[in-house]
Ligand binder design. Structure first.
Ligand code: NAD
Ligand code: MG
Length: 287
């Protein structure tokens, strides 16, 4: 377990970002997460499961007894293999599904391939996401960036979820990844923040539609979490102070997000929990 750094050395990467160059290395619960069989025999697809929050969720799910499929971009293969290693070490099966979810056919095929490899699907974690924050104003948002953010965060959410709903059964759980940005948007993140607000709306609406099938739909809203997304998309000055504006005075680690995803996936502990957003924000409000 790292000792929760409250400042970070200035550093930059190009998107999507990798784990190895990060200083310090994020904590994904490798040495700390202890499973208790809460997800025994479950089958989960985690988009963006190679790194950051997705890796921490994959490690926790595997140690709780789930098999997992991970979707990610092809250039993140080394991160995906490292996550896969931890899943196998926990004694569970892992399937690696590289592909760009901005493409509809790829997004649908990722789900079909996951279902085939896992033999079904019980938990869908819609975690893949993109932001670009190296700018000051709405005037600086380019159409290329808008396309990337909306296709990654929203179009793929519709495609992946539509395809998954063909396979999810009673007791299944869908967990979307929102953000503190849905509640306290930054002017550097106009496009991203608006997608996260839309994801909250989507979560509530989908919960209303699929509740009668016994499927629960929730979201986790992280605050500032130390993942490759940050050095790949924030300015060096923002990185140095990353997370210091939370009431707890620091950024969170991916490992600190995983228990929320375990809770929401578990159809015993969270059997009556649907259409909620669970904040993991270091004290910033999610209402
Ligand atoms: P991350 O970079 O480790 O994970 C994001 C993943 O999204 C990438 O690893 C990549 O595999 C995937 N992805 C991006 N574009 C894709 C595409 N076109 N096709 C397929 N996969 C794609 O960073 P993270 O911070 O762990 O991000 C996970 C989620 O958490 C995102 O939805 C992000 O918006 C959200 N979030 C992060 C923070 C934070 O501070 N890190 C805060 C709030 C919300
Ligand atoms: Mg990654």
């Amino acid at each position: 377990m790292t000792d929760h750094p409250s400042s970070f050395p200035a550093q930059q990467q190009e998107p999507p970002g990798l784990t190895a160059p990060m200083e310090p290395q994020p904590d994904h619960g490798e040495t700390s997460y202890v499973g208790h069989g809460r997800l025994d025999g479950k089958r989960a697809l985690i988009t963006g499961g190679d790194s950051g929050i997705g890796r921490a969720v994959a490690i926790a799910y595997a140690r709780e007894g789930a098999d997992v499929a991970l979707s990610y971009l092809a250039e993140e293969q080394e991160d995906a293999e490292e996550t896969a290693r931890w899943v196998r070490e926990a004694g569970r099966n892992v399937t690696l599904l590289p592909g760009d979810l901005r493409d509809e056919e790829t997004a649908r095929k990722v789900v079909r391939d996951a279902v085939e490899a896992l033999g079904g699907l019980d938990v869908l974690v819609n975690n893949a996401g993109f932001q670009m924050a190296r700018r000051d104003s709405i005037a600086d948002v380019t159409t290329d960036e808008l396309d990337r953010v909306f296709k990654t965060n929203l179009y793929s959410l519709f495609w992946v979820t539509q395809e998954a709903l063909k396979h999810l059964r009673e007791g299944a759980s869908i967990i979307n990844v929102s953000s503190i940005q849905a509640y306290q948007p930054s002017t550097t993140l106009f496009d991203y923040a608006s997608t996260k607000a839309a994801i909250n709306n989507f979560t509530v609406n989908l919960a209303a539609e699929v509740g009668e099938r016994g499927i629960r739909v929730n979201a986790v809203a992280p605050g500032p979490i130390w993942t490759p997304l940050q050095p790949a998309t924030q300015s060096e000055e923002k990185i140095e102070k990353f997370g210091q504006d939370t009431p707890l005075g620091r950024a969170g680690q991916p490992a600190e997000c995983a228990p929320a995803f375990v809770f929401l996936a578990n159809d015993a502990d969270a059997s009556f929990v649907s259409a909620t957003v669970l904040g993991v924000t270091g004290g910033k409000p999610v209402f």
